[in-house]
Design a protein around this ligand. Structure first.
Ligand code: B12
Ligand code: SF4
Length: 462
């Protein structure tokens, strides 16, 4: 079996989800399983040839994961299916992307889903596929987590199993391959991921909120859409995983212990997957030291408010890191904006004031721990800044511009290029834009699984 995942040329990071799935498959089924990281530039004809060399006479079973809407990979899946391979869509958003956008059959402009490109989909934990792959002649329909296309295109969907920590501790980091001169070549991973939390605590409770209409559609008074949502309004992690809690610390240490070592004998750098990692960080570092796990670098991806709240533990962690000669890289803080109206519409749950407190803290810590602490774009961090958005006005631009000037944000905090707001069809903003469409009798173009919100994407009735 092979799992194909999207990748960027020149990168050397691991792909935790697909690589963990391949590990589970190899350890619990008769299948050998590798992950092939495919970048947009890779020649798909050569890739197909390499796949047929890999499968030899075996029936090809090809999983696809974290495609990020890549049409080239969706087309490849369809071709392989037509040529007789079993193609499986799995990983985050596999269910919503296989099924398609809400009520797409009644609204033909909506995203119709990817069910025609894949034999079936699996959403949720990888171990759900084990019984299916253990059968000598796998037959459909199968158990929990499976989505299948039945007669007349009706999609059958089984509820997924809950996450089981027992399956989340082992990853064979050596199972990642790239296409190199027509051959599948082992691709060494230099930054891995360690899972400490599934989903996000900000997405744990539903909340009733109001989101403004796009500025271009406001007619005089402010119009809003009421939504019941979990987490940030643009976030599909919040929809895909919600919040499933924190892993036991021993399970986190087991993952750290399983990381590959670099030439200097230290564990390679890893990202701690946890939006709120500071409360447990000093303990993890101390325990790693006591167990003689020689770490090199821990990358943190987190929210600004939890950074500010966790200052005490962060200072503690940095003091431990100094003794252990470890670097802590704050690789991404989800600031998203420096305007309160925009932050409110993104339902970020934090304010400009909190973002600026976080910036001050990041800089202060650099003075105190120059060798242990890294946070700036020059040091490899890419902080979240969403722009443009549907709520941009002269006022929001002035607020953002003022914060940028006063706090010199462009020098170390803001990425060289901002990311425009992306509305995945299954995110809460997907609900918002569909409601705007219905009320205003307009439609917005779909770009695969993404909904356009900008003026050029809006089509008015004739
Ligand atoms: C850690 C992380 C990363 C890491 C590692 C990537 C990875 N794929 O593991 C890094 C920092 C490298 C990264 C980068 C990017 N990421 Co990222 N990342 C995440 C994050 C936060 C956690 C993933 C994770 O480790 N989950 C824990 C594991 C255990 O869960 P899992 O991934 O769902 O995998 C389990 C199952 O789904 C299943 N499974 C997964 N694949 C397969 C395949 C088969 C065949 C089977 C049977 C099962 C199976 O098995 C796993 C174990 O049970 C997710 C959001 C999220 N919470 O899921 C985004 C997410 C995966 N990333 C995403 C994106 C878009 C990106 C980037 C493109 C962002 C960018 N613009 O640069 C890049 C590029 C990634 C790439 N492919 O090259 C999207 C993917 C959207 C999609 N459905 O395609 C996600 C879902 C976030 C989002 N909502 O936008 N990311
Ligand atoms: S964007 Fe980040 S903070 Fe917001 S819900 Fe998603 S994971 Fe949580």
């Amino acid at each position: 079996m092979a799992i194909i995942a999207g990748y960027f040329a020149g990168e050397t990071y691991g792909l935790l989800g697909p690589q963990m799935a391949a590990t589970i498959i190899e350890e619990h089924t008769p299948y050998e399983c590798i992950v092939i990281a495919v970048d947009r530039g890779d020649d798909k004809t050569l890739l197909k040839k390499a796949l047929s060399d890999y499968f030899v006479a075996h029936e090809p079973v090809v999983g696809f994961s974290t495609l990020g809407g890549r049409q080239d990979l969706i087309d490849l899946a369809k071709e392989l299916k037509q040529e007789g391979a079993l193609t499986i869509l799995a990983g985050p958003q596999a269910d919503t992307d296989f099924r398609g956008e809400k009520e797409w059959r009644s609204y033909p402009h909506r995203f119709p889903g990817l069910s025609s490109s894949f034999s079936f989909a699996l959403h949720g934990p990888a171990e759900q596929i084990v019984p299916f792959l253990k059968e000598p002649r796998p037959t459909l329909p199968a158990g929990p987590g499976f989505l299948l296309t039945a007669e007349k295109g009706v999609i059958l969907s089984n509820a997924k199993k809950p996450w089981d920590e027992g399956f989340l501790t082992r990853v064979r980091w050596g199972n990642l391959f790239r296409l190199d001169q027509g051959m599948l070549t082992n691709h060494p991973v230099t930054t891995a991921q360690v899972l400490q939390q599934i989903g996000c605590p900000h997405a744990s409770r539903p909340r009733q909120i109001e989101i403004d209409y796009p500025v271009s559609m406001q007619k005089g008074k402010k119009q809003r859409v009421q939504l019941l949502l979990r987490g940030c309004s643009f976030c599909d992690v919040a929809i895909d995983k919600g919040f499933h809690g924190v892993l036991d610390r021993e399970k986190v240490l087991a993952q750290i212990s399983g990381l590959p070592e670099a030439d200097d004998g230290r564990k390679i750098a890893f990202e701690l997957i946890n939006e709120n990692p500071l409360p447990g960080l000093p303990h993890i570092l101390t325990q790693a030291g006591e167990r003689d796990l020689r770490l090199s670098q821990v990358n943190l991806t987190m929210r600004a408010d939890w950074l500010v709240q966790g200052e005490k533990q962060l200072r503690e962690a940095l003091a431990i890191a100094r003794k252990m000669r470890i670097r802590i890289l704050l690789s991404s803080v989800g600031f998203e904006s420096f305007d309160d109206e925009i932050l409110k519409n993104l339902h970020k749950g934090s304010t400009v004031e909190t973002n600026l407190l976080a910036v001050r803290l990041m800089r202060r810590l650099k003075e105190l721990f120059p060798f242990q602490w890294a946070y700036s774009k020059a040091e490899g961090a890419v902080h979240g800044f969403i722009h443009p958005t549907p709520w941009d006005t002269k006022e929001t631009a002035a607020h953002i511009g003022k914060a940028m000037d006063m706090y010199r944000l462009a020098s170390d905090i803001l990425p060289n290029r901002s990311v425009p707001l992306i509305i995945h069809h299954a995110s809460s903003l997907g609900e918002w834009i569909r409601e705007v469409e219905t009320r205003e009798k307009v439609r917005f173009e779909r770009y695969g699984s993404v909904i356009g919100w900008w003026e050029e994407a809006m089509v008015k009735p004739d």
